[in-house]
Ligand binder design. Structure first.
Ligand code: FAD
Ligand code: SF4
Length: 619
């Protein structure tokens, strides 16, 4: 069970709201000074990635040696990309009679427990990887039978026809619970001899002296909240490999370090992102239309805020629907709460009837890439490759990245296998460089697909906003199929897009009714999220004074709203003279939104103790 959020939060929120509406007579004395000076900032971050243990007396004499294992390939992340890569490597090894040791680490306690997606799956890559997936019992039980798309205004829904060939066409696709699909892929991988280690988070990239990647280290366990070692402290394990695959999914924290170290983003545009919030519901059987796929854009978002909804009717023996709401993280108003936008979307007159009489059974959130073709970094470097949503192969107008993630993993494995088994190979570095992966990816259908839709997302930045994007799709995509000779740009990092609170209008969200819409606490409880409470918060701050002095002062503390799990709260200081940031790290659902959207870029998400995080069942 997640630990309760701070009981003072509602008081703090109330104070902030009261300040905004200048009802001075309602203000309790605590809120008169909203932020503390830097000198009196209470310590928030205790993590060793910020406060080195080398000079900390509490760590003197603690054995810091690590046990090391050698493999041919180490894969970080058991998502569609990592598992497809692992399967492909072992298929090739078996086919050519070679011994290739493949180890895969996954931070979730069970494969699929941190996976969150829509998900409408395009089976193209699966057909290539495991053509007999039906016989193997893959959990693809719901072929899409009906596609609906609509623009919502406050009170009505304008249906939009989905012409064949438009990105939103789902004919031939399957509605799946991606966590279950990934779990099944894990079983296939293990059957082929892949060593799969759930519950182990890769915390650190290891390097050879020649600068190439040597492998990864899993995280240390047994550290107190204040950063001191516990009696059961255990050092992480080193996994060395000839090539390490980074398949952490969207905004991987190790990939972030690799971008800097190898300058991998030098020639591409900054990645842009969305946050996707999702629920599973059991609905009234009469309203259940197995195989139906519905998407909307428009209300409750304004035209300059990119986003929309999905509603998928599954066919798994009970009237189950997956619904969600995506908000582009380039939004500008710091008062916006993606969670509350999602909750109020469910009250639209064309949406609410579906949920009346139903029961919500699951909740979660995850960031997704929206930069597309323009934001793909260099994919290879000595000793490592980036695959899947880590570098970002999401087809944004389709809202699909599973098939491209899988294919990228397969292509990487084919290139790496050739190198591993090349007896004449003369490598300049100990960790192998495999540029052939990127070359082959550029010749594959992944590249072609992403190139053809490259201008759709950036076309939403014009005066007409999202509607401009729809017009662009109609004219240029449908007719020219992406053959137009120009490539549009994104506006820049999402963290730079927020406007100061003083230039924006606060958004009044309706109170949840507890039937169709819900509060954050009861939502997070449905994600099954759990972390060992007595460990340093894995949401680390480079500077503990920045949240209050900058984020709260200028942007009215947007982390309170963009975090879909209520991790960040501004609460009154014990001295009664202002507010401090409280981090309820145990509620974190690992969506990575704070690391992306923090306007100060002061938050660095690092892995918590392995196994911690959400416990999704088929999200
Ligand atoms: C709301 C939403 C809706 C979507 N809808 C669709 C859809 O309908 N169809 C579609 O095709 N795609 C959809 N996508 C995109 C799709 O989910 C992704 O493209 C796909 O999951 C990418 O696969 P991946 O393996 O690259 O990353 P992920 O699926 O994110 O997997 C990464 C794995 O790595 C693990 N990991 C991360 N860091 C570490 C670490 N340091 N150590 C160990 N393990 C680690 C994670 O726990 C996770 O299991 C959607 C995404 C979202 C968020
Ligand atoms: S703390 Fe960050 S990563 Fe965790 S749920 Fe909140 S926004 Fe997502």
């Amino acid at each position: 069970m997640p630990l309760p959020l701070c009981t003072l939060s509602s008081q703090a929120h109330h104070c902030l709201r009261a300040l905004k509406s200048v009802k001075k007579d309602c203000l309790p004395p605590l809120c008169i000074a909203r932020w503390a000076s830097t000198s009196s900032v209470p310590r928030i971050t205790t993590h060793y990635t910020i406060h080195s243990r080398n000079k900390d007396k509490r760590w003197e004499g603690v054995n810091m040696e690590r046990f090391a294992e050698e493999a041919d390939v180490v894969i970080v992340g058991a998502g569609p990309a990592g598992l497809s890569a692992a399967i492909r490597l072992k298929q090739l090894a078996n086919e050519y009679g070679k011994e290739v040791r493949v180890c895969l680490v996954e931070k979730a306690a069970q494969i699929g427990a941190h996976t969150l997606s829509g998900a409408c799956l395009e089976p193209r890559a699966l057909e290539e990887l495991l053509p007999d997936w039906k016989e193997r019992g893959a959990p693809l039980q719901t072929p899409v039978t009906e596609d609906k798309f609509g623009i919502l205004t406050k009170n009505s829904r304008i249906p939009v026809p989905i012409l064949p060939g438009l990105p939103m066409t789902n004919h031939g696709n399957y509605i799946v619970r991606l966590g279950h699909f990934v779990n099944w892929l894990g079983e296939q991988a293990e059957a082929l001899g892949v060593e799969v280690y759930p519950g182990y988070a890769a915390a650190e990239v290891l390097f050879h002296e020649d600068g190439s990647v040597k492998g990864i280290a899993t995280n240390d366990v047994g550290i107190q909240k204040d950063g001191a070692p516990k009696t059961n402290f255990e050092r992480g394990l080193e996994l060395h490999a000839k090539v390490t695959f980074f398949a952490e999914g969207c905004h991987g924290h190790l990939a972030k370090q690799l971008y800097n170290r190898y300058n991998l983003r030098e020639k591409c545009q900054p990645q842009s992102y969305g946050i996707g919030l999702k629920e599973l519901w059991l609905i009234d059987e009469k309203k259940w239309k197995p195989g139906r796929v519905e998407h909307t854009v428009g209300w409750p978002l304004d035209r300059h805020t990119y986003g929309g909804s999905f509603l998928y009717h599954l066919n798994e023996g009970e009237p189950l629907v997956a619904l969600g709401f995506v908000v582009g993280l380039d939004y500008q108003n710091p008062y916006l709460s993606p969670f509350k936008e999602f909750q109020r979307w469910k009250h639209h007159p064309s949406v609410e009837p579906t949920f009346e009489g139903g029961k919500r059974i699951a909740y979660g959130a995850r960031a997704l890439n929206e930069g597309g073709f323009q934001s793909i970094p260099k994919l290879t470097f000595p000793g490592g490759v980036l695959i899947g949503c880590s570098p970002g192969f999401m087809n944004v107008p389709k809202i699909k990245g599973t098939h491209t993630a899988m294919k990228s993993g397969m292509l990487a494995s084919e290139a790496v296998f050739n190198q591993l088994t090349n007896e004449n190979l003369q490598s300049k570095t100990i960790g192998l460089d495999v540029p052939e992966y990127e070359e082959n990816l550029k010749k594959s259908w992944v590249w072609k697909e992403l190139y053809s839709v490259r201008n759709i997302r950036p076309s939403c930045h014009g005066v007409l906003g999202v509607y401009g994007g729809m017009i662009y799709t109609g004219i240029f995509y449908w007719i020219l199929r992406g053959m137009e000779p120009w490539t549009l740009k994104h506006p820049g990092p999402d963290s730079d897009q927020l406007k100061p609170a003083k230039d924006c209008t606060p958004i009044e969200y309706p109170k949840p009714d507890g039937k169709i819409s819900f509060d954050l606490l009861s939502s997070v409880a449905l994600s099954g999220t759990n972390h060992e409470h007595d460990q340093p918060p894995h949401l680390t701050l480079k500077d503990d004074s920045v949240p209050v002095n900058k984020n709260l002062a200028i942007y009215d503390g947007p982390e309170q709203r963009f975090c879909p799990a209520g991790v960040y709260e501004y609460v009154p200081l014990e001295t009664g003279e202002g507010l401090r940031l409280q981090i309820n790290a145990q509620n974190c659902v690992h969506c990575k939104t704070c690391d992306i959207k923090d306007p100060s870029q002061n938050i660095n998400w690092v892995v918590p103790e392995g196994g911690g995080g959400p416990a999704y069942n088929g999200m």
